[in-house]
Design a protein around this ligand. Structure first.
Ligand code: SAM
Length: 259
């Protein structure tokens, strides 16, 4: 239930350092000592990081997209947000394991560095948190913080009376527009034709977004579409079953000038 969810009261209160220790301003030990000296509970205060999170995977499930994007956007902090406790914990544990595996193999091969085009992922740039994004998205991100939002194979909620549970709606799109910077992209993919039409209608009908075709995208953005189509767990399932992969992407427009 939402009452069991931990979420910051505002983005400044978010303890991002705990999720991305490699990017934290201080080590955990220094941080705990400093906050205790200041008479604060270390668990209740936020630890700053050197970079902001810029990519959010909404309803990340088992994290396939996170692991796929980690080497493609090696200098970008990416967060997966998932409402199911056990699933979020699974992804958190897997990230921990992948980080420690990457650090042992890096220690073992201290010799030649790999060229940039062949980045070995360290998984320090990905994290997962448990959240109900339909309620608390603006608690995590400041205005224009993100350059990409992924909505991959959202739950379809087929029946009309369940449509209000869909993670795309006029109101939620306004929240995505708030968190996304002008020029940023919302990437969507689904195998459900009706949901695809719904997402297209709601983003096309929103004044902050315009649909963008792959041909008009930068190389990095095209890569993101490829990873989204191939690396998510649902994408793999659809591939195995020979189903449809309906992709639609929307660029965040500049806000109109004040009248
Ligand atoms: N994106 C993943 C993929 O493509 O493999 C998972 C897709 S799965 C069909 C939809 C996921 O969204 C589920 O893991 C579900 O728990 C999560 N979800 C649904 N509503 C959510 C919400 N309000 N906030 C966060 N996650 C949510």
């Amino acid at each position: 239930a939402d009452k069991d969810l931990n979420y910051p009261t505002c983005p400044k209160e978010m303890n991002w350092g705990a999720l991305y220790p490699f990017y934290a301003e201080s080590t955990n030990e220094d941080y705990n000592n400093d906050t205790e000296r200041a008479g604060k509970d270390p668990d209740s205060t936020q630890q700053q990081i050197r970079k902001n999170v810029e990519v959010a995977d909404i309803g990340c499930g088992f994290g396939g997209l996170l692991f796929g994007l980690a080497p493609v956007l090696p200098d970008t902090l990416i967060v997966g947000m998932e409402i199911r406790t056990s699933v979020a914990e699974f992804v958190q544990e897997k990230i921990k394991a992948m980080r420690s595996q990457a650090s042992s193999s890096q220690q073992a091969s201290t010799s030649e560095e790999k060229p940039d085009s062949n980045v070995t992922p360290t998984y320090q740039n990905i994290a997962c948190l448990r959240a109900n994004t339909m309620k608390f998205l603006p608690n995590f991100f400041t205005k224009s913080q993100l350059h990409s939002i992924f909505l991959c194979f959202p739950d379809p909620h087929f029946k009309a009376r369940k449509h209000k549970a869909r993670i795309v709606s006029t109101q939620l799109n306004s929240e995505y527009a708030y968190a996304l910077r002008p020029g940023g992209i919302v990437y969507t993919i689904t195998d459900v034709e009706d949901l695809h039409q719904w997402m297209v209608a709601h983003f096309d009908g929103h004044e902050s977004f315009v649909r963008v075709q792959e041909d008009d995208m930068e190389e990095r953005e095209k890569m993101c579409v490829k990873v989204m189509s191939e690396e998510t767990e649902e994408g793999k399932k659809v591939e195995r079953n020979g189903g449809l992969k309906l992709v639609a992407c929307f660029r965040r427009l500049e806000d109109p000038p004040w009248p």
